[in-house]
Each structure stands twice: as structure tokens, then as C-alpha cells.
Design a protein around this ligand. Sequence first.
Ligand code: ARG
Length: 462
Amino acid sequence: MTQKNNQILKNTNAQILDEFNASIMFDKELYKQDIKGSIAHSKMLALQNIINIDEQKSIEDGLNQVLKEIESGEFKFSLAFEDIHMAVENRLTEIIGDAGKRLHTARSRNDQVCTDFTLYVQEKTLSIKEQLKTLIETFVNLANNHTKTLMPGMTHLQHAQPINFGFHMMAYANMFKRDFERFESSYLRNNYSPLGSAALAGTPHPIDRFKTAELLGFKAPSQNAMDTVSNRDFALEILFNISTTMMHISRISEELILWSSYEFGFVKMSDMYATTSSIMPQKKNPDVPELLRGKTGRVYGNLISLLTVMKSLPLAYNKDTQEDKEGVFDSVATIEISLSILNEVIKTMIVNVDSMRNACKVGHLTATDLADYLVQKLNMPFRTAYYITKDVVSFANSLNKDISELNISEIRKSSKELENINEEIVSYLNLENSMNSRNSYGGTSTKQTEIQIEEFKKWLSM
Ligand code: ARG
């Protein structure tokens, strides 16, 4: 048993329970949304004659003062006021007196916390979308400079077929565009105001939920009060969206780590993003992409954690859901820094065009082209062509050459079936020609890569 736990057993006093119960230590992050929600609520209460104009004015002025106090650091957060909702309301009443006590008419902390948290998630969804757009643009620009830069395309991390580096970068642009669209669609799905759902069943006061929804920038009020105060899908969605984006960030990070090793040497990351070893003076370590890859773990953890919190909660509100916030704050902070750092890493890295090209000269990347040629031009069954090509690969190995480097007499010698093969086969085994032959829509040819880039440029300028 740790010292801290012993201490807890000895002191089952109020202080510890307060600490256990409170969320103010972390939900103070929601102060802006809480105040915004309260101002909108007070305006609606006045419009509906539930409070009078003077009371509304004094509530709004008071809330603006609370906002100033929090932003200047003057505000005293204390465990005595459990959460941000109580803390703001209490300070408001201290400042303006009795009118402050009218603010909580026709609402509950249950709909208030959903309102604050939804506003937060929606704001972050928009700013993450902007960051994704910037990153996508960086990939597109890089791709644009490398539509003719040959590199080995891989499957199983083994050389497969020649591609161009721009095509590879456009694969990432596509991944991050899907992420963008995922944030966009969850924004639309969650754009409904919880405010006025009250504790779980609505309120007898003649409120106008459409008005508060409008004042807060939501599309409309949410439909069912009970669902609304029980719901944390919006938080789960941003956690999932962030997890998927981090998974993509982790995959490019993994490739950057490999590509910047001596064995690959395809890219050189700016020294800013590499660190030295404390013991090995010659080293430059890719700590930054390693951290991007590593941080993906905590983001998945936050998603699983909230899914687990929610899985057997009876309707409606349960205090368990207070556990929803820290994971979201952590995942949001993680994706924000990760997206901006990845963008800089990609923007500043140097692409080693020669290493990529040289890497294409091992592994017989154009073997499939030979098989395809035999099928297309000589009408051979594919399986026959496949075995003949295997013989050519073995022959090239015996000469210590890559299949792309064989001349016509070597090719003719390599297999009985190829004794009379047309000289044009040499051009089919050429790396550039091979890359450009994959000209089907979405393929790697320079032309198709350029089409992909053009489509993205159009999308980016929308
Ligand atoms: N701090 C609480 C939370 O984060 C606010 C809602 C509290 N409501 C209640 N009935 N205890 O979920």
C-alpha cells in the first residue's frame, strides 16, 4: 500500500471526499463555454419574462466580470464549489447579489455540463479541421514537387513496384482528408443545443430552447431531454476522430523513422526534430516522430476509457460521466500539438531523390511488368508468364543485376521461351516506364498523380 493510500484510509474526512467528488481542477477549462451558455440562458429567460430586463443586464455584466477575473488569474478556484458551474454561479452572486440566484431557473447542471462540453467539442472540431487542411496542403505541395521522383513501392515492407514519391505523399493527403470529413460530419451530427433539457425531463417554466440554441450557434435544440443529459456520443466521436487521425500520424511517423535510417536514407529530417544521444556522440535520433507514434497510445486509451465509462449507465445522468472530460482535454491537446509538429516536420524535411532512385535498382521492381508484357503481347496464360519471369529474376541474380538493368541479349538468354523476344521488352523493364505504365485512374503514373494533385488543389481552394 502506498503512503498516499495509507493517508487516505486515516483521513476519511470531508477534505478528501471533496477532492474525490470535485471536477473543478479540470473542468475549469470550460469556463468560457460555461459563461457563454449562462449569458444565452439569461437572455432567453428575460425574453420569456421569467426574469426581468434589469436582472438580465446585471447577470450579463456580472458574468463578464467573472470572465475577466478568470482570464487575469484573479479568480480563486476552490474545492468548496465542486465544479465550474457552481464556481461561476457562486462568484456571480457574490458580485451582483440576489439576481445571481435567479440564473439557474429552468436549468440543471446536467444540461449545463452537456452544453458547455458540446460547445467545447464543437469549437475544437472546427480548429482541428483547420489544422488538418494545413497539413493536407503541405502533403499536396510536397507531392507536387515529386511526381517524377522514383521510389520503391512496398508491400510487406518488401520492394514491390516502382512508384513516385508524390503518389506516396498523396496517399497521406487522402487519409487526412477522410479525417477532415469525419470531423465535419460529427460536427453536423452533434450541432444541437442541450440547454433547457434541465435535470432529465424538461422544465415547467415557459422557456424557449430554440432561442438559446440560436444564441449559442447550434442548429436547433436537441430533441429528447432524457437522451440529451445521458448522451456523451459527441465526446466519443471526437475521441474516435482524434484516434483515427493519430493512427494516420503514427503511420507516417513510422515511415519517417524508417526512411531517415541509414538503411533507407530516403529523407533527412531537419536537425530541429532530431535529438542527440547522451552517450553516443555520432547519433541523431528521430525522437519527434517516435513521440508522435507513441502518443497515439494515450489517445486510444482515452477513447476506450470513455466507452467503458458509458457502457452500462442507466438513463439519465450519473456522476460517472464526470469522468468524460480529462480524456477529451488530453486527446485534444495531443492532436493539436501533433498536427502542428508533423506539419513542420514534413515541410522542412529534405527528400533524397538519389537514394530513392538507387533503392529502385534492387529487388526487381519491374518483374510484374515482364509478366504483364508476356500476357498482353504474347497471349501467354498469366501463370506461365509468372514462372518464366521467375527464371529471368534468377538469371539477373546470377549476373548480380536488377531485372531493370538487363539488356536484350541477357533477357533472351535467361529463358528458353524468351529466345526470340522483341527488343521492345527492354523498355518495359525500365523503372520510369514501369511507373508510368500504371496509368489507371488512381494509379501511380506521373499523369495520374498530377490528376490527384489537381483534384486536391480544387478541394483545398473551396
Ligand atoms: N461536474 C458534473 C459533471 O462533470 C456536473 C454535473 C453534475 N450534476 C449532478 N447532478 N451531480 O458531470
